[in-house]
Design a protein. Structure first.
Length: 257
């Protein structure tokens, strides 16, 4: 009987993929996405929700925050985290393959905060095409900033981005570190990413000359009025001073180049 109820590796990969994207407060059996995927993988919504909470109990972010999930995490659950740590690219491919195995074709999900830097009006990115490691980073950063932009206080999840301070492509070891992230609105994320704004050693917003020369009311409302404003601190994982210095020195367009 125990063998019949044992979770397959593919089922666990689906569960981990869901965990990477569903907010902590929505890991329950009434969540429509959990219900949908539970049906696909042949588990009850309650069993899948419990598995997600077990995975949460092993999440370094959860452990460091002092919270804990259920105590029933299995060795197989632990091995998922080890797999991702060893090679995030290969692990993401396995997750995508597992999702595709159970769901053909993939419908659109109802998740409200799973988009990956795409507000162009195109069809939303589904859970199958999302990178698990990037989604975990987003989940942890937004949780740390209580789902509010650290500059404007905007609280709409679909318009919030977990911005890397040191860009994703510049440093592998800092990719998943929440202290290398800021929760910004999509507009300010783009400006931060392009070096049009940064934060000084006092965590105050600094504008590039390229932005400061703009005279429109839109630029005044979205940028000039925030110049010198100190960013809203997260409840944990303070922004890393070294990563902010890197951004100022290597990404920010100071006009001195």
């Amino acid at each position: 009987m125990a063998a019949v109820n044992r979770w397959t590796h593919e089922q666990l990969l689906v569960a981990f993929t869901l965990y990477s994207q569903i907010p902590f407060g929505k890991l329950h059996a009434r969540n429509p996405d959990i219900i949908h995927y539970a049906n696909l993988i042949g588990r009850t919504p309650s069993a899948l929700a419990m598995k997600l909470v077990n995975i949460a109990s092993l999440d370094p972010f959860i452990i460091e925050s002092g919270r804990s999930g259920l105590k029933g995490a299995s060795n197989a659950d632990r091995e998922l985290w080890i797999e991702m740590d060893q090679n995030a690219d290969v692990f993401t491919q396995k997750c995508q393959q597992a999702m595709q195995y159970f769901e053909k074709p993939a419908p659109e999900l109802t998740l409200h905060d799973s988009e990956i830097k795409d507000f162009s009006g195109r069809e939303r990115t589904t859970i199958i095409r999302a990178r698990v490691d990037q989604q975990l980073f987003r989940k942890h950063v937004l949780e740390a900033y209580e789902h509010r932009c650290c500059l404007t206080e905007l609280e709409e999840p679909a318009l919030l981005i977990a911005s890397h301070i040191r860009p994703w492509s510049h440093s592998v070891e800092h990719r998943l570190n929440p202290s290398n992230g800021l929760c910004l609105s999509s507009l300010h994320d783009k400006a931060f990413d392009r070096g049009l704004m940064t934060f000084n050693e006092h965590l105050e917003m600094v504008l590039s000359p390229q932005i400061k020369k703009l005279k429109s009311s839109i630029s005044e409302e979205n940028f000039a009025k925030y110049e010198g404003k100190r960013l809203r601190l997260p409840v944990r994982y303070l922004p890393d001073d070294k990563q902010l210095a890197y951004h100022r020195e290597n990404i920010f367009l100071s006009g001195n180049e």
